[in-house]
Write a protein that binds this ligand. Sequence first.
Ligand code: ADP
Ligand code: MG
Length: 327
Amino acid sequence: MGEFDLIEHYFKSAAKSSAGVDLGIGDDCALLAPAPGMQLAISSDMLVEGRHFLSTVSPEALGHKALAVNLSDLAACGAKPAAFTLALSLPHVDEAWLAGFSRGLFTLADAHGCALIGGDTTAGPLNICITIFGHVPTGQALLRSGAKAGDDVYVSGLPGQARLALEAFRGNISLEEKGFALTRERMERPTPRVALGQALRGIASSAIDVSDGLLGDFGHVLKASQLGADIDLSAIDSIAAHAYFFPASSRFDQKFLRKMVLSGGDDYELVFTAPASKREAVQAAAQATQTHITRIGQTQAAPGLRLLEANGELAPNDFTSFDHFKS
Ligand code: ADP
Ligand code: MG
């Protein structure tokens, strides 16, 4: 199977159209026509074998995850997905792999009304790069720089689960079968919080998605907003204690579980801030989108990130986040 047949069979034939896409796959460029009053939100993410995924991952899960991490970026800006391009480097044409990959990819794409509009295909080490395009009303994107002192800090979902699975894959911990299946699912098939991100427009003052670890990524918000924050460790413990965090969380000590939640990475949850006056609106947005959220602290004018025990005592912050060039 040659390059063009491969594109036609696995990608072009499955690509649907979407509002705002005037021309999709097949010409030298795709053509997008954003509606008046809307801005285009654009983001790219690259997935490299051995770095971002293990060779054991199923092609279907990989197709899902490659798009999910991009949708997560749109979610963090409060944008509505519209279209994406796919640049694919493949060691050889493996039809079973391509069929699984495109199934995982298009199942998620179709669920979000996000159309594949083009890409590039070449031979080489397995590498997947997606660029995604979304729409957001002009001036309403959620930005890292928008937090104000005294805002509440929230996180969606149960960050830390993906890292538990990674630690199990690495042989550093052992999980019983059910816990492993559950956390592996979170690692391999993350749920981008697309609906929550859009529901938070006009409510949240800032947002970011968690790819490298909750504290590290939230640190980018604090830096951009020139603020500090107090994080409430009892809220972090409540995330780790959640029944769905992983059924046997009682087997691990508090410090380890806090590390999973605060610096695990690969979560694709949203961390966002909102003024305390918007607490009801935040809860309503979470409920309307059926997303679990936890209020985990408050921003402060004083710089720095402080971790506070329930009794107000300051805990040491040794929760560094993932850095591709260091670990
Ligand atoms: P060009 O050489 O002009 O860049 P190509 O021959 O690489 O175009 O691709 C032909 C068409 O197929 C283009 O419209 C391109 O966007 C699309 N395409 C190539 N690879 C992919 C892919 N992996 N997924 C979706 N569309 C693709
Ligand atoms: Mg090309």
